[in-house]
Design a protein around this ligand. Sequence first.
Ligand code: CAA
Ligand code: NAD
Length: 286
Amino acid sequence: MKKIKKVGVLGSGLMGSGIAEIAARAGYETVVREISSELVDKGLQKVHGSLGKAVEKGKLEAADRDAAVARLSGTVDLGALADCDVVVEAIVENLEEKRKTFSALDQVVQPDAIFASNTSSLTITQMAMFTQRPEKFVGLHFFNPVPVMKLVEVVRTLLTSQEAYDAAIEVVRGFGKEPVTARDNSGFLVNRLLVPYLLDAVRAYEEGVGSIEDIDKAMQLGCGYPMGPFTLLDFVGLDTTYYIANIMFDEYREKRFAPPPLLKQMVLAGRLGRKSGRGFYEHSRK
Ligand code: CAA
Ligand code: NAD
């Protein structure tokens, strides 16, 4: 198996910036691509800020932070990913955007490179078929916040080669994460269980079962969850959750995946959660 040295990341939003951070920290040369130079700078700043905090907390040596920063670069040019060994896509949860991105990426990146999507709800097979390398295509599903959450779901399709799957497991371990393997069903393992729970919390609130604060408190103190469902929805992003629910509902046609009306209204109103400063709760913008 070819040694993995250079990692490309598409998108530096919530997830892409976290993936770029752990890749650079793990010693890989890392290049992250965004759609504008402002977003490239914003993404790099997020990573630098997070590495800085790790140093302040004594979890990272200043010299290791400097080395990680030196290994990380940002670009708007897909061509800068040409010599990557692995590319992890973490752009908006929209099939058409992913189609455009993977078709273009396939033209510029060396044919041996592995492509991975961090999608929450689309199937990997759909995206693999946008490229000429479906056997080198896997799902690598990270969890938010990426630097903290230990799990990565590794998704193999009917077409994924054993070599690509083995390389994906190696990358996950190289990032210091723990893999589980999932079949290519929309939502994989975690979101199949988590998404109906989050949507049900919104439905419970719509039906007047309890207040947002009390539902959160109940799940935190009653079940030991680190965050209640509304805090978690704000954390994940209400826009992303809404896209995920629509995709999973389209796939399974089961009510448990249907986006509740309030979720749609929140997204239309621009209340996207932490990322916009307001969702179910108010958040101070960083
Ligand atoms: N980046 C880096 N580190 C972070 C962080 C971030 N965004 N947020 C928190 N941390 C670190 C803190 O620095 C802290 O580290 P130390 O203990 O070493 O100091 C540690 O995480 C704990 O943080 P806090 O003490 O501030 O807060 P906490 O104990 O409440 O933990 C949390 C924060 C880890 C986010 C915790 O609340 C949690 O696990 N929440 C649930 C997260 C979850 O369910 N994620 C999955 C979302 S679903 C998904 O990702 C899939 C999808 O497709 C939508
Ligand atoms: P986000 O909205 O925070 O970031 C998406 C970023 O992608 C934006 O910065 C946007 O400018 C950029 N982008 C859009 N098109 C692009 C392109 N063609 N090339 C490069 N960048 C592009 O979203 P996010 O929460 O980081 O989610 C990204 C992906 O990760 C989605 O597929 C989502 O389902 C998945 N995911 C999200 C979470 C979560 O908790 N938010 C968890 C796991 C997986």
